[in-house]
Design a protein around this ligand. Structure first.
Ligand SMILES: O=C(O)CCC(=O)C(=O)O
Ligand SMILES: [Fe+2]
Length: 289
């Protein structure tokens, strides 16, 4: 995939095809040309790190999201408290950790396409975040296994991670997602292999955070298959690891990645603010033309 970028947008790829660092732009003051280049670069590189955005606050982060797509509620069920409803605040002093491999919010019918994360408070060291390239992982499976996983469907269930939050909410009412108030985390089915709606590339679309099992196989087979897929997805050659600096913003494509936030900074404080952009219902190889 070739991407044309305006000259001021300096792109440094972090590997052969996954992850790139971007310098030379101000996310609060983007030209239309820069917005277009960011969109294309994000689909091509899957995770982007934009440095030096110290001036960005929640409002400007949300405004930036609106330039790229349709901003959703911060989370389907998490109460955003005293931050804007579009922001999902992960605060280590409030149990906000993400130390399990996952792709954001795959337990709903239409999971967010893109996430935009801003470092608000960082520990002196530690707290790195790592992303996995689920398309590269799919492409590097053996052909026989690829053909088999193409046929599978998985169940995603948000109850283990987020059922508690929904139960705490007044009258069990979560936030508005896809135009409806979330009142239950009913498990949903998604194809195990997702065809990216923009690039047409296939990627693994299962994750340990939310995938409960593979449908229509025994529990034993489901466990074994998922273990193989997770071990493969998180092989070092499929990963980029980001060491956060103040002013960093990360953007990633949830249609082609998974991620994991290290919880290795003891009781030091770490706060991250995330927004998400609306996505489509995942489509598998069998439904895709
Ligand atoms: O805290 C982080 O670095 C990542 C948290 C996370 O999983 C997310 O923002 O979606
Ligand atoms: Fe996440």
């Amino acid at each position: 995939m070739t991407v044309t970028t305006p000259p001021q947008l300096r792109l440094t790829p972090l590997g052969p095809g996954f992850g790139a660092e971007i310098d030379g732009i101000d996310l609060a003051r983007l030209t239309d040309e820069e917005v277009q280049a960011l969109r294309e670069t994000l689909v091509a590189y899957k995770v982007l790190f934009v440095r030096g955005q110290d001036g960005l606050d929640d409002a400007a982060q949300i405004e930036f999201g609106r330039r790229l797509g349709e901003v959703t509620a911060g989370h389907p069920v998490h109460d955003s408290g005293d931050v804007a409803p579009e922001v999902y605040a992960l605060d280590s002093q409030d149990g906000g950790f993400s130390d399990v491999w996952h792709t954001d919010v795959t337990f709903v019918r239409r999971p967010p396409a893109i996430s935009i994360l801003r470092a608000v408070v960082l520990p002196p060291n530690g707290g790195d975040t790592t992303w996995a390239d689920s398309q590269l992982a799919y492409e590097s499976l053996s052909p026989g296994l690829r053909a088999y996983v193409d046929t599978l469907t998985a169940v995603h269930d948000g109850n283990r991670e987020f059922g508690y939050y929904l139960a705490q909410r007044r009258q069990g009412r979560g936030n508005v997602w896809d135009g409806e108030v979330v009142t239950a985390l009913t498990p949903v089915e998604h194809p195990v292999v997702r065809v990216h709606p923009e690039s047409g590339r296939k990627g693994l679309f299962v994750n340990p955070g939310f995938t409960s099992h593979i449908a229509d196989v025994s529990e034993y087979e489901s466990r074994g298959l998922l273990d193989i897929l997770y071990a493969h997805l998180t092989k070092p050659e499929h990963l980029v690891r980001h060491r956060w600096r103040p002013g960093d913003v990360a953007l990633w494509d949830n249609r082609s990645t998974a991620h994991y936030a290290n919880r290795d900074y003891g009781d030091r404080h770490r706060v991250m603010h995330r927004i998400t952009l609306r996505g489509d219902e995942p489509v598998g190889p069998r439904e895709s033309p």
